[in-house]
Design a binder for this molecule. Structure first.
Ligand code: GDP
Ligand code: MG
Length: 687
């Protein structure tokens, strides 16, 4: 006790850290606010489902110390999918001292649904009324002081994208953290429900375990709604209390059902919306004149979302993206290539020891350098993807694919994780958390590795640059599309044979078009690019040195010959790939090491052909034909997820069986496809 007293004066000088959660509907700007407050670079995107786990950071503003937690988006506290549960549980956990509730001013009625839920539960809220710039453009006027007064919480106007209102927000949060308990907030549910709530509330008040963090009235409402988490909590209570609560709840529900039938839940929801509508009377004023911006959006959407044009437009956008990646990336790649060739020559001249010189020239410069050449196309690709995401087009692409996929009986929302898979399959596997239904989740996890991630791009760029110079964009597009098509077919089959069962409803919100911010795009590009560089410096580097060493062993063997350890290992597996058109030990070695990370495929080829970057192209063009090159690229696309993705699958499915299945089916599928392509192509007389 005395220690506590001693501490007190110091505490006042240096305030104890507080915990602040950032909550709100999907796509309302939570991550933008989080990034502004903490200086982090978490990914923002103009679509739902970008943030699926909670992310932590430290407040950088003023003298206040605070821990800030960014949450996945939710529409209400009745959560269904795993990412939503993360958000709900955290909000109700009592851990956050203050909750910044980010409200999209353009959709205020719907956003306030969550707000009123958190208030009813007893959360200490500061509202960040965000996207005010867009609301203004849509001629929506909001009387902010009136709103704050009616809700009884501070409301801070913000435009997170332009970092406006952040200082005021921090001040309001700090102020709120010092007021101990928020006032109880009451939604009026109508006479009948109110009388039941009164009874239940009195009962709940006698159970301290339930009211430690939540308002008794909120718990009473949840009893009527029969919520799962509350059940679980009640089950931990002693038998007597449990019985009393459950009986009372059952009685109330059955009395109310006499009046509302089975629509009690919708009656509660309806009452809340009615309450919000009343609350907003005179607070929100919309001018009637048609907003100019909307008509432009509508005109674009008429084409982009058109039943017949939608998919062609999507294909065209993708094609343009890959073509741009090539035409703009190639000159930059050439510069890097020339540099490494020069560096190799320079180093080789300067080192006398043959072995050391080979290590530096063949492994480090040849192997790692050959991978680094692909930094420019990768950066460009992600710059473009980020611009498309931030503009709102990607959400539309998901919508188009949804329509397409529902015809195949697949859940449309799985397309969002798949789009994320273009970057890296690991977050794609994690993004499957946004799916409510277990079967949908597993399906999505299993098919996510079929999406062509950035690590496959170097292989495509290398081979396409050698064999398909006239159709570079198209050739790469075909591989990406092949991945999508395979994913769709596989999903269809999995759903049909493995995960038969109920369908969860799918709501994909189409966000408004937004001018992408260059900062976000550059940041995204930088993150991807630096991730790639980091990989080049660590796992790729280690792997190519290992490949190089195995090419030099046993001692005295001719470098990278069939008799070297590498040659023996690859040679042992090579016959398996013979019918696919690339039965060389070099290709087999590349595929083996590619399991670690698919970028290593190129690095390994560079080392075992021992020819440096310029010579690599020559070696490949003498060993492969256009047909076997395509078959090889398909194999690289499909065969087994990389180690990091396998680990993610293991984590997310929590099942060895499914992880093994994910590896097994893709190995078989890759082999069969490459076989069909190569043998089929030969039959057709292609070489
Ligand atoms: P979250 O899903 O709630 O985390 O939202 P994000 O922070 O990812 O933002 C969603 C989209 O809205 C991104 O494209 C942001 O650039 C954009 N955005 C965020 N805040 C604002 C704002 O105040 N005004 C406008 N016009 N756009 C914003
Ligand atoms: Mg987010």
């Amino acid at each position: 006790m005395s220690i506590m007293l001693d501490k007190k004066p110091e505490r006042e000088k240096r305030p104890a850290p507080i915990t602040v959660a950032v909550a709100g509907n999907p796509n309302s700007g939570k991550t933008s606010i989080f990034n502004n407050l903490t200086g982090s670079n978490q990914q923002v995107g103009n679509w739902p489902g970008v943030t699926v786990t909670k992310k932590e950071g430290r407040l950088l503003m003023g003298s206040t110390k605070a821990r800030i937690v960014d949450l996945p988006g939710i529409y209400s506290l009745g959560a269904y999918s795993e990412d939503e549960m993360v958000a709900r549980d955290y909000i109700l956990s009592g851990e956050p001292d203050v909750i910044i509730d980010v409200v999209d001013a353009g959709n205020i009625e719907r956003n306030l649904y969550l707000t009123t839920q958190i208030l009813e539960a007893g959360g200490n809220i500061v509202i960040a009324l965000n996207m005010l710039d867009e609301a203004r453009k849509q001629n929506i006027h909001i009387d902010i002081p009136a709103l704050a007064e009616r809700l009884g919480v501070p409301v801070v106007p913000t435009v997170a994208r332009l970092q406006q209102g952040m200082k005021e927000l921090v001040e309001a949060v700090w102020e709120a953290s010092r007021t101990s308990k928020p006032k109880p907030f009451r939604i009026y549910y109508g006479e009948l429900i109110e009388s039941e709530l009164e009874v239940l509330e009195e009962l709940v008040k006698t159970v301290p375990e339930l009211t430690a963090r939540l308002h008794p009235r909120y718990v009473a409402v949840k009893l009527l709604e029969d919520e799962d988490w509350l059940h679980k909590k009640i089950e931990t209570l002693d038998a007597d209390t449990r019985e009393r609560l459950m009986t009372a709840a059952r009685d109330s529900i059955s009395r109310l059902k006499m009046h509302y039938g089975d629509d009690l839940d919708s009656a509660l929801i309806e009452q809340r919306y009615r309450f919000i509508a009343d609350l907003l009377k005179g607070v929100v004023i919309r001018s009637e004149d048609k907003k100019e911006k909307d008509t432009v959006s509508e005109a674009i959407d008429r084409v982009v979302l058109n039943r017949y044009l939608g998919i062609p437009v999507f294909l065209f956008v993708m094609f343009g993206m890959f073509q741009a990646t090539f035409t703009l990336g190639a000159p930059l790649s050439d510069i890097i290539e020339t540099f490494f060739a020069w560096l190799g020559g320079w180093v080789a001249g300067g080192i006398n020891n043959l072995l050391v010189s080979s290590l530096v020239v063949d492994a480090v410069i040849g192997g790692v350098g050959s991978v680094l050449v692909f930094v420019p196309p990768i950066c460009l690709l992600f710059l473009i993807i980020s611009l498309l995401e931030d503009s709102g087009y990607m959400a539309r692409a998901a919508y188009i694919m949804d329509r397409f996929m529902q015809n195949l009986g697949l859940h449309g929302r799985s397309f969002i994780p798949l789009l994320i898979g273009f970057g890296c399959n690991v977050p794609a596997v994690m993004a499957a958390r946004t799916l409510e239904n277990k079967g949908d989740r597993l399906t999505t996890i299993l098919i996510a590795p079929l999406m062509s991630c950035a690590a496959r791009l170097p292989v495509y760029v290398l081979f396409v640059g050698i064999f398909f110079t006239a159709y570079q964009g198209l050739a790469v597009l075909s591989l990406y599309l092949l991945g999508i098509v395979l994913a769709i077919i596989a999903a269809h089959l999995f759903k049909k044979f493995l995960f038969k069962g109920e369908e969860a409803p799918f709501i994909l919100e189409i966000p408004p078009y937004r001018i992408p911010t260059l900062k976000t795009a550059l940041l995204h590009m930088w993150q991807r690019g630096s991730q790639f560089l980091k990989k080049a410096g660590t796992i790729i580097f280690a792997a190519v040195v290992l490949v190089w060493a195995m090419s030099n062993l046993p001692w005295g063997v001719e470098y990278a010959s069939r008799d070297s350890l590498m040659g023996m290992m690859g040679g042992w597996l090579a016959p398996v790939f013979e019918p696919l058109g690339f039965g060389t030990w070099q290709a087999a070695s590349a595929l083996i090491f590619g399991l670690l990370a698919k970028e290593i495929v190129v690095g390994t080829l560079a080392v075992v052909y021992g020819a440096g970057e310029a010579g690599l192209a020559a070696a490949i063009s003498s060993v492969f034909t256009p047909l076997s090159a395509f078959s090889f690229m398909v194999m690289v696309l499909v065969y087994s997820p990389c180690v990091a993705t396998i680990a993610a699958i293991r984590r997310e499915t929590d099942s060895r069986g499914w992880t093994a299945f994910a590896i097994g089916y893709s190995l078989v599928l890759g082999w069969v496809l490459a076989f069909v392509i190569y043998q089929g192509g030969k039959l057709l007389g292609l070489a």
